[in-house]
Write a protein that binds this ligand. Structure first.
Ligand code: XIL
Length: 325
């Protein structure tokens, strides 16, 4: 196998993906990287399917940008990890501050899911149905859907999604699950809750926004391979698949050769943990080139988190990841 996806498929797993933003004007160097099908056989639209992009005003749907991303994947025979149906962030103000009563908010959520998942029916390999419902301590995040409907919004969202696109794999997706602590236990509770309603949930997505060293926003570096593996098994023991859905491994910038080596080791152990667990179906990184990573603009002084540098050159991380597959 000469690339990441080829290696992954040769190991009997499903995909290696990356988040994609189709830029305007296009960046052909970046596109050449994610269009290399030896490396990537799946994409996740980075922003194009989020609520603020899709339904910026109530019942006014704007699909043009999402369509472009889905068409790109379909034209190239790629899987699509569709992202996402219900999330408190990048949610327009009309939802967040609409003060809707429970029945109205449920109908708004149902309408959004029905129109969005309906438009791409049969094209989404997986859907992140609910994104980031949990606090770090495993309790539910106090955001509009939970505050209005309570935890029942989760099984309802999965139910609506499964009715619209019965063939899509339905995922609960969150960050900071990788260490297997209180937040991961919260995600297990969500899986159990949805199953207890008799509603379909196929997988848990572990975002894996990791770091290779202590930073102002990461109190500890990424968990080791054994811990990652154990965490994945927490979920597969519940009868669902797992995937790493948004991998990046940040550091305090600027990078040095020693830091890049450490980062490569983290990429390798993430890959090894997935390959060690049969129901770990695939892994997606949150972009390809450090030039466009969301990290520096979100976590000041941190970055260099992806497998290609700002000049589109493969970093040690790429070779570490490949070695781990
Ligand atoms: C990020 C995008 O990468 C940025 O371009 C955007 O400005 C903010 O969102 N968890 C998620 C992703 O589920 O949707 C987020 O993506 C990163 C954190």
């Amino acid at each position: 196998a000469s690339g990441l996806a080829e290696a992954m498929v040769a190991r009997g797993r499903s995909f290696i993906g990356t988040a994609v933003t189709l830029r305007d004007p296009p960046d052909n160097k970046e596109a050449a990287i994610y269009s290399n099908e030896a490396d990537f056989n799946s994409i996740t639209p980075e922003n194009a399917q989020k609520w603020e992009s899709i339904e910026p005003q109530r019942n006014q749907f704007t699909f043009a940008d999402a369509d472009r991303h889905v068409d790109f994947a379909v034209d190239n025979g790629l899987q699509i990890h569709c992202h996402n149906l219900v999330w408190h962030s990048q949610l327009p103000d009309w939802v967040t501050n609409g003060n809707f009563d429970n029945a109205t908010l449920i109908s708004i959520m149902k309408n959004h899911i029905t129109k969005l998942a309906g438009r791409y029916k049969g094209k989404c390999t997986r859907w992140d149905v609910v994104n980031e419902a949990l606090n770090e301590d495993g309790t539910y995040r106090e955001a509009v859907f939970y505050n209005t409907t309570g935890e029942a919004y989760l099984p309802l969202a999965f139910k609506f999604a499964s009715e619209v696109d019965p063939n899509a794999q339905l995922y609960y997706n969150d960050y900071n699950l990788e260490s297997g602590g209180a937040k991961a236990k919260g995600a297990q509770r969500i899986v159990q809750l949805i199953q207890s309603y008799g509603v379909k949930i196929n997988g848990v997505g572990l975002q894996a926004h990791l770091s290779s060293e202590v930073t102002p926003t990461a109190t500890s570096p990424a968990p080791d391979q054994a811990t990652l593996e154990k965490t994945l098994r927490m979920f597969t023991s519940q009868g669902v698949d797992v995937a790493y859905t948004e991998i990046d491994v940040r550091m305090n910038t600027p990078p040095t050769p020693a830091k890049l080596k450490k980062q490569a080791d983290v990429y390798e152990s993430v890959a090894r943990s997935c390959l060690a667990v049969k129901r770990c179906v695939g892994m997606t990184t949150w972009g390809v080139s450090d030039k466009y990573s969301w990290i520096p603009e979100t976590f000041e002084g941190e970055g260099a988190a992806l497998m290609w540098n700002k000049k589109y050159k493969k970093k040690p991380a790429y070779f570490g990841f490949l070695k781990g597959i």
